[in-house]
Write a protein that binds this ligand. Structure first.
Ligand code: HEM
Length: 484
């Protein structure tokens, strides 16, 4: 499992590093410093968004498989198959965007893939969608693998979700409670299966339409389904990362992260709430039933509560007076908790219908909030876990300079996403390849911060890769910090 975890997490890390360069390139273009043809900009935008999300999906899957072990053992042959299918997807996405110039955005909402055939070929549009399909299929297999393994280890679905303890108000069932990481794994697996099945069915229907086998589809239904799929997968990246935090944070605070009644309630509620929150993406479709819009609205307010009460406040309680030392991992973990709150508040603001009329899709508010909780939440927790794996496996200390790199990551990251928020408040639209001169200043202002993030991640990369050989040779016995 250690080898698998390392391969998954390092692949994710390398994709992340590469995609930061494309993010920088896009910001340089929007700043007016570079002037690529818009067709290329949209292909790069599509690649950046799709690959970054996929990178942390893979990294989180690898990390969680390791965090769950040894109590919960996922099938390793299946995990290698998942990796193979995932890589086929990545290669197809790379070819279709870089060679085929497919610029459908990571949301790939139809009819754009078909309508864009003046710019890209149908074959390349299909290759892109097959690529996304492969990543979804890989995630589906992973979720089935994880669900089976957790349910088997915990003795059934109800035990894995601690229903007896939950519904008895904590009076019975305390003797066999699942670990926090098991609860996170169950939630990710259940919602992951639902999201990827919906996504896969829709993609197959789209392929059939492209081949002329099916007549025109109902595009509103397709849009709802694709958002349910895309939003869910993007969200599950954070919940996968929460599973990593449950395992890593206790090692630094020397305190156990116990499974409390309210945590069980939170994770059970999250299974339902995360499923319904996608509704805030489709407010602008006025023909939708009002009930769907209202469900999306109310749910978007509720969905943050389990994360806030269980993971964020739980994490802060664990840190409080624990004499946490400021090392690479602890800096990144605190950034992660802060970024999750900050980005989450941005998401709730964006999900408020009257404000969404102003912000959604027309302003950079959307990339602002998701970059915040991804860069500081999910990415930070993944970096912590990868750093721990390398440290434990190589039995070595990290470079001194890495602490400064973690600090730079915080300063640069905050500067970068703040320029997105400020631009959003000013009215800058998202997904514009060419900015009018009065918008360029926002992109220019963000560039020094992006360079800091880049430098920080490169610094961490040097630290990780110089210790990789030792890690591979001397994989140490199961470390104590993994208990939990
Ligand atoms: C320093 C690191 C990063 C930089 C400089 C960066 C930069 C950018 C830029 C300039 C855009 C285009 C915004 C627009 O005009 O609409 C963008 C979009 C996006 N980014 Fe990033 N980004 C970074 C990290 C990440 C990470 C870590 C993720 C995910 C884990 C991510 C996911 C996305 C997504 C999903 C989009 C939207 C793509 C689309 O509209 O189709 N980015 N990013």
């Amino acid at each position: 499992m250690r080898r698998i975890a390392l391969v998954y997490m390092l692949t994710g890390f390398l994709i992340f590093l590469g995609m930061i360069q494309l993010g920088l390139w896009m910001r340089l273009s929007q700043a007016g410093i570079l002037s690529p043809p818009p067709v290329l900009f949209y292909a790069i935008l599509t690649l950046h968004g799709t690959a970054q999300l996929s990178a942390f999906l893979l990294s989180g899957m690898g990390g969680l498989a390791y965090a769950l072990s040894p109590k919960v053992r996922l099938n390793s042959s299946l995990l290698w198959l998942v990796y193979g299918i995932y890589m086929v997807g990545v290669i197809l996405v790379l070819i279709s965007t870089l060679v085929g110039k497919v610029g459908v955005g990571w949301t790939m909402l139809p009819p754009l893939p078909f309508a864009g055939v003046m710019t890209w070929s149908m074959a390349m549009a299909t290759a892109f969608m097959v690529g996304v399909f492969s990543v979804a299929l890989a995630f589906l297999l992973y979720c089935v693998n994880a669900l089976y393994a957790i349910v088997k280890a915990d003795g059934g679905v109800s035990k894995a979700l601690a229903w007896r303890y939950l519904f008895s108000g904590g009076r019975s069932g305390a003797e066999s409670l699942p670990r926090m990481v098991d609860l996170a794994g169950m939630m990710v697996a259940i919602d992951g299966i639902i999201a990827t099945v919906v996504g896969a069915v829709l993609l197959i229907a789209l392929f059939a339409t492209m081949a002329g086998i099916l007549p025109n589809l109902d595009w509103l239904v397709v849009k709802n389904g694709l958002y349910l799929f895309g939003h869910m997968v993007a969200n599950l990246i954070i919940y996968l990362a929460a599973g990593l935090l449950y395992t890593a944070l206790p090692a630094y605070t020397n305190r156990e992260w116990k499974t409390a009644w309210y945590s069980i309630l939170g994770w059970n509620l999250a299974i339902v709430l995360v499923l319904l929150a996608y509704g805030h993406h489709v407010y602008q479709d006025f023909v939708q039933p009002l009930l769907l819009q209202m469900t999306g609205f109310i749910d978007s307010y509720l969905v943050g509560l389990p994360a806030l009460l269980v993971t964020i406040l739980g994490g802060l309680a664990l840190i409080y007076r624990s004499r946490l030392r400021w090392a690479v991992s602890s800096i990144l973990m605190v950034l992660g908790l802060g970024g999750w709150v900050f980005g989450g508040v941005g998401a709730v603001i964006d999900a408020t219908i009257p404000l969404n009329q102003l912000f959604h899709n027309t302003l950079l508010w959307v990339p602002a909030h998701f970059h915040t909780y991804l860069l500081f939440g999910a990415v930070a927790f993944n970096l912590v876990f990868l750093y721990r794996l390398i440290t434990e496996f190589s039995n070595s200390k990290g470079l001194q300079v890495s602490r400064a790199a973690a600090g730079l990551y915080g300063i640069g990251g905050a500067g970068f996403f703040l320029t997105f928020f400020v631009a959003g408040a000013y009215g800058v639209a998202r997904r514009f390849a060419v900015y009018p001169p009065e918008w360029q200043v926002f992109a220019q202002g963000g560039i020094p911060s992006i360079l800091l993030v880049d430098l920080a991640v490169l610094g961490l990369a040097v630290d990780i890769f110089t210790r990789l050989r030792a890690a591979r040779q001397t994989i140490s016995p199961a470390p104590a910090w993994r208990a939990g």
